[in-house]
Ligand binder design. Structure first.
Ligand code: PMP
Length: 405
């Protein structure tokens, strides 16, 4: 059966509102997605009925909270097809996930003279932690160049690889350009020189199936809030053997086995990396969100979203004075653009006046904006509940913006 975006939309209460007297057209999904009823209800239910701390209570509520919390880990495990549930480490989101790997894996396995490779289209979350690690250790950061269309230069990548490279960390789908990168190929080539690979999956998991075993990713990071879950929670997947070898980053409760002034021992996976009382409601909402996604016909959703993005691109190409930033052959979810003579911030403000929510600015990807010699873009980013009518509304609003400016 064909995917029905209108029935999907009904499940997101926030979308049923008007903004400035116009029906809300929410096209800022790259920043965060909206939440379906099942996610809101899972969080509500936890606080109404099950609220308790996890893992150490000897009472019914604590048992229920712990079961739901650990079930969510299994949901996320299934969502990305990890081999073991303890390979899923809860974090506050993609940013914290990457920092965890930089501090723990980087601190132990990367030293002076080693090299780390990122790409020119990375989000700051996948640049700055590596710069900080390089400053601490004397390692060097190398950058895969990006073409004018917004595609990785894979020949340049191949020439950057050598035995000094300990880690390659690249984005699966660029939040600024929408490019879908050939991560399976990147992982295979990096492994051939003995490097590990982290994939920033913040923008991918909401759009298509990710199978970390098929990709052979060493680490895979994403945030719940970009895949219909709550803010402040996310995870990093890591291969068990690697995570077992990595030291904890934060010390405290939950992550220890035995504490004494003669020496402390740590828990095994995943708890070694999860000190303190976790974001229990967030984890439960995250679990509900990935269950919600897994209940969809994902191939049908992906085909629908591809068609929608294609439709938006066709409209953009016909729109006089509009320049698309990011024209890679393989894209997902993102249409970044500039209007002749207009600052993106003004475009965003005038679109908002017409009920159309987009994001403007550098999208936390200043280096790629510098490469295009632009201060930023306006970015329409699409999700499962957007329709061709939303795209039409965007372009009708853009026509009005052009008249204003
Ligand atoms: N990487 C990419 C590609 C992103 O789009 C984002 C969020 N904009 C992040 C990392 C950081 O995610 P978070 O803010 O949820 O930690």
């Amino acid at each position: 059966m064909a995917f029905d975006p209108r029935a999907m939309r009904e499940q997101f209460p926030i979308l049923q509102q008007s903004v400035h007297g116009k029906p809300l057209v929410y096209l800022d999904n790259g920043a965060t997605t909206q939440k379906p009823n099942v996610v809101i209800e899972a969080i509500d239910n936890y606080y109404r009925n099950d609220n308790s701390n996890v893992h150490r209570g000897a009472h019914t509520l604590a048992d229920r909270a712990t079961i739901n919390f650990e079930n969510a880990r299994q949901s996320v495990q299934r969502f990305i097809n990890a081999k073991h549930s303890e390979e899923i480490i809860w974090t506050r989101g993609t940013t914290e996930s990457i920092n965890l790997v930089a501090q723990s894996f980087g601190g132990k396995f990367i030293g002076a003279g080693d090299e780390i490779i990122v790409s020119a289209m990375e989000h700051h979350a996948n640049i700055v932690p590596w710069q900080m690690l390089c400053e601490r250790t004397g390692a060097t950061l190398k950058v895969i160049p990006v073409s004018d269309a917004g595609e990785l230069d894979m020949d340049a990548f191949a020439s950057l690889l050598n035995s000094k490279v300990k880690l390659v960390s690249v984005v699966h789908v660029s939040n600024a350009l929408g490019t879908v990168n050939p991560v399976a190929d990147i992982i295979q080539q990096a492994h051939a020189v003995g490097a590990k690979v982290l994939i920033d999956g913040a923008q991918s998991v909401a759009h298509f199936n990710v199978d970390v075993q098929a990709l052979d990713a060493d680490f895979y990071a994403f945030s719940a809030h970009k895949v219909f879950g709550p803010t402040g929670i996310g995870c990093v997947y890591g291969k068990k053997a690697l995570l077992d070898d990595m030291p904890p980053v934060q010390g405290g409760g939950e992550m220890i086995e035995k504490v004494s002034f003669n020496g402390t021992t740590y828990q095994g996976l995943p708890f070694k990396f999860e000190s303190g009382t976790p974001n229990i409601a967030g984890v439960i909402g995250f679990g509900a969100a990935v269950e919600f996604v897994m209940a969809q016909d994902r191939d049908a959703v992906q085909a629908y979203e591809d068609e929608l993005l294609q439709y938006a691109h066709e409209k953009a190409e016909q729109c006089e004075g509009l320049r698309i930033i990011g024209t890679a052959r393989k894209k997902a979810g993102v249409l970044s653009f500039l209007l002749d003579g207009a600052h993106p911030a003004d475009v965003g403000m005038l679109l908002d006046q017409q009920g159309v929510a987009v994001r403007t600015g550098h999208h936390c990807a200043m280096p790629i904006m510098d490469q295009f010699q632009i201060p930023g873009t306006a970015r329409a980013s699409f999700s499962i509940y957007n329709t061709k009518a939303d795209v039409d509304a965007l372009f009708a609003a853009i026509e009005k913006v052009k008249m204003f400016l």
